[in-house]
Write a protein that binds this ligand. Sequence first.
Ligand SMILES: Nc1ncnc2c1ncn2[C@@H]1O[C@H](COP(=O)(O)OP(=O)(O)O)[C@@H](O)[C@H]1O
Ligand SMILES: [Mg+2]
Length: 367
Amino acid sequence: MKIVVLCGGVSTERDISIVSGSGVCRALREKGHQAILLDVFFGNEYADLMNAFPEDYNVDEAVSYIHSCDSMIESALSNPSRTFFGANVVKLCKMADIVFLALHGENGENGKVQAAFDLRRIRYTGTGHLGSAMAMDKGIAKTMLAHHNVPVPKGYSVRKDNYLGAKKEKPEEKNPSVKKRSDGTYEDFIIRGMELPAVIKVCCGGSSVGVYIVTSKREFEEAVEMAFSYEDEIIVEEYIEGREFSVGVIDGEALPVIEIDPIDGFYDYKNKYTAGATIETCPADLPGELSRRMREYAEIGYEALCLDGYGRLDFMMRDNGEIFCLEANTLPGMTPTSLIPQEAAALGVDYPTLCEKLIEVSMKKYM
Ligand SMILES: Nc1ncnc2c1ncn2[C@@H]1O[C@H](COP(=O)(O)OP(=O)(O)O)[C@@H](O)[C@H]1O
Ligand SMILES: [Mg+2]
């Protein structure tokens, strides 16, 4: 098949997306597909449109070309007439049999690219625009999950304008939803009965950027300010102490559970992407009943959020066996050592076969 593997972009996860994309492109080439690697934001102005999907192709050269654009992001973004899709991206994607979305974060994972592709009749892997948008917004995702009886940490989301309104002197006049307590400061609004430790995180982030675990009121306030520097909506939720797991789902069916155990601290950006920083065990060492329940929650969550093709749901489990779903990822990491490839490997499915399988299940929606 002629396949564009789309990666890069301008989200905080640009670099990891390029690693996912190059891995997928190599794997699909190994399987005999005419796959090419393309940066969604910079595209390729030198692309040979007459022979866009050559038999011989050097993935390393494509990666170097993509990285040569890294330093131009700031200036491109400050150009008001610049739009999201780079040179020849739409043309090349239209020429492909399908586009493998190796994008992560923000545009790419939030449904906008999917919607744009639907309108242009470009086929792509994974979830459509609605599911992508719902899963990307952790507040909406939690509401949908809870509605389908998938347990989630208790908490709430806060918008920056409400928060700033509440910070002013008479919060209840600015915003009727604000309840002033006896000592009546804005912190009361934001903490709102939440016990410490708590988790503050940006609503639509990824890769643990803008995620803070706070243990004091001061840290809480600082984290809220920091999180609002990234986004206009944040999630405040209870901290679940316990073990962390993740479950990939392909075509509605859960893969084996993987346990994630950072050697130091929580599963933050450093522990996600530094080799050896996190011990990952698949299948996880869990009693059968708990792993069955977690996989069932993953499958229900997948349906509840309208995921399609594949996705991955993240979980925490307390020592007493209580399970909580943290979030769903519609375009989870696809480097050869990412979680889903490890889960597939536990079933004896190697990485190239997995990449091809994701193409196969994604084609179903176009049959
Ligand atoms: N409520 C919580 N309790 C405990 N740890 C949490 C909680 N929320 C997030 N975390 C930690 O932060 C990490 C990132 O949070 P997550 O909600 O998965 O966002 P991201 O989209 O950045 O991956 C999780 O993998 C987990 O280690
Ligand atoms: Mg996560």
